[in-house]
Write a protein that binds this ligand. Structure first.
Ligand code: FAD
Ligand code: SIN
Length: 537
């Protein structure tokens, strides 16, 4: 039986139950009916796996200006200062809010939080709960939603946004809700909403190797794009320098906090190599460290580098990194006595759906918060631990604005036609889906990775055009499955990354292209794409 009624209508439809979606839901709850949808089990998303913590000005030696400056430096000229200012200045209040919800951060003494350090931060400012901060934050937010009686439906996959433009209604194109596929029954329901909120997280699954969980398939960006919203800066995909390199570790992250606490990167010969690449060594910003590891691995022909923690006392490692310690032990590695094998892997989407400072996209009544959004905070490269913070700050800001907007929308309830499956058949060629999934992710890894060339990007564009054509045909011929929905989105997001990358003819932040190895300040602007820019591609 479907979880939704035939004429389901809510004031706030929130697609995603990570830090951004749940923060929005909690703040909006007093202003109208809220429905949160999650694609799989409720806690499954990047938030749950966040390790390092949340950056905020909390230490006696820290100031807002320093956090702002560190964020701007990492962003390599493309951050929007206002977005950085509001995020940094509203940070400490957001941490207090989490504590009122019961989040247990690690403490130093009875009063103060223990603050750790990560690359690019000039001060210790990362509040954390051991090395499982995200799990603690997600637990507390879900508990708060339950206590508020907020409705949450799991295994509900948003397929596409419904807009007035798609329905052929008059007036400017605006969001009216979404079509949603239920995993168990395969039913597709139409849900109409006063305000629709994308909080669908990132798109690490576009790449073969990633820290991201399986739900991170860029659905929000792809849906927003198809609905006519502006998307920007997709060329800036952050690779985390230290994913665990082990045949059985699908996507396990080795937190940057290990380097913050003194970890040393070594090559296979045991040499500490970072000083040859950057004077800030292990604590240089992430793009620099990831490229340095990549270069060192390629120079020597090795398959990985190593993060050495063996000079630190075992009790310290167990106290600060219990989850990483235990997980590595499961893979047969004792980090107290053996350096950890690591490689850079796809981690964070700095671009996304363009929003203003209150989460509004270019499509009226459509909001985007969290990793799916491009608020201007990250610019060309995200500073470590700024993204949970972004979800907390913009989730709240968007909810306040959306609550005002709801009164403007009034009681109008557009009737959304039921999903039309057409002549769709039961899928009989599952191999098309698995093959194309693999091909997109492999070509992105090989052609659109840490170091790029125009030639490889052009090849990727050609291959993706073919694959997207095939996927489109399959999509309209067969009944929807969650895998097919995700495949279509992954291919669309891959295309957006390639198109943005081809447009930026310089190297800046995370986008490093051998044909244009220097920064060119004449290109100091966002790469913004809208549906019309790509001739229906
Ligand atoms: P997510 O937490 O990813 O949640 C996305 C939600 O959207 C999920 O509920 C999912 O089910 C739902 N969803 C997706 N598509 C659909 C759909 N089609 N229909 C319905 N629902 C959908 N950042 C930091 O600041 N500090 C850290 O220490 C840190 N560590 C990290 C460690 C790891 C391993 C990873 C992967 C990321 C880390 N990050 C960290 C980044 C940070 O965790 C994410 O950017 C952030 O949690 C994103 O939150 P979100 O709410 O935007 O999305
Ligand atoms: C980490 O713990 O290294 C991840 C931090 C982040 O991605 O912000």
């Amino acid at each position: 039986m479907s979880a939704f009624s035939e004429s389901e209508h809510v004031d706030f439809l929130v697609l995603g139950g990570g830090v951004a979606g749940l923060t929005f839901a909690l703040e909006a709850a007093g202003h109208g009916s809220v429905l949160v949808l999650t694609k799989r089990q409720r806690s499954e998303g990047s938030t749950q796996y966040a390790q390092g913590g949340i950056a905020s000005v909390l230490g006696g030696d820290d100031r807002f200006e320093l956090h702002v400056e560190d964020t701007l430096v990492a962003g390599a000229g493309l951050c929007k200062r206002e977005a950085v200012e509001v995020t940094v200045r509203e940070g400490p209040e957001r941490i207090r809010w989490l504590r009122t919800l019961g989040v247990e951060f690690d403490k130093e003494g009875p009063e103060h939080l223990h603050l750790t350090r990560e690359g690019g931060h000039s001060r210790r400012r990362i509040a954390h709960a051991k090395d499982t901060t995200g799990r603690e934050v997600e637990r507390a937010l879900l508990a708060a939603c339950e206590a508020r009686g907020i409705r949450l439906v799991e295994d509900a996959v948003a397929v596409d946004l419904v807009t007035s433009g798609k329905l052929g209604l008059g007036g400017p194109n605006r969001a009216l809700g979404a079509y949603v596929l239920e995993r168990a029954s395969r039913d597709v329901s139409a849900i109409s909403a006063g305000v629709t909120v994308l909080a669908t997280g990132g798109a690490g699954k576009v790449y073969l190797c990633t820290t991201n969980p399986d739900v991170s398939t860029g659905d929000g960006v792809a849906m927003a794009w198809r609905a006519g919203a502006s998307v920007a800066n997709m060329e800036f995909f952050q690779f985390h320098p230290t994913g665990l390199y082990h045949p059985d570790a699908k996507n396990f992250l080795i937190s940057e906090a290990l380097r913050g606490e003194g970890g040393i990167l070594r090559n296979k010969a045991g040499e500490a190599f970072m000083a040859r690449y950057d004077p800030r060594k292990e604590l240089a910003p992430r793009d620099v460290v990831a490229r340095s590891i990549d270069a060192e691995i390629k120079r020597r022909g090795d398959d990985c580098a190593f993060l050495d923690m063996t000079h630190l006392p075992k009790p310290f490692l167990l106290e600060h990194f219990p989850n990483i310690y235990a997980t590595c032990r499961e893979f047969g590695i004792d980090m107290a006595v053996q350096p950890l094998p690591v490689v850079p892997v796809a981690h964070f989407m700095c671009g996304g759906v363009v929003t203003d400072l209150v989460g509004r996209t270019s499509v009226p009544h459509l909001y985007a918060v969290g990793e799916v959004a491009c608020t201007g905070l990250h610019g060309a490269n995200r500073l470590a631990s700024n993204s949970l913070l972004e979800g907390l700050v913009f989730g709240r800001r968007a909810a306040i604005r959306a609550a005002d907007e709801l009164s403007e929308v009034g009681g109008t309830r557009p009737r959304i036609p039921a999903w039309n499956p057409g002549a769709a058949l039961a899928p009989d060629e599952g191999v098309v889906v698995t093959h194309n999934w693999d091909e997109v992710r492999r070509l992105m890894w090989n052609y659109v990775g840490i170091v790029r060339t125009q030639k490889r990007l052009t090849r990727a564009r050609t291959r993706l055009a073919l694959l997207r054509g095939e996927i489109r045909d399959y999509y309209w011929q067969y009944r929807l499955t969650p895998d097919l929905v995700e495949l279509r989105n992954v291919a669309d997001v891959a295309m957006l990354i390639v198109e943005c990358a081809l447009r930026r003819k310089e190297s800046r932040g995370l986008h490093y292209v051998l044909d244009y190895p220097e920064k060119d300040d004449r290109q100091l602007h966002d790469t913004v794409l809208s549906l019309g820019d790509l001739d229906g591609r």
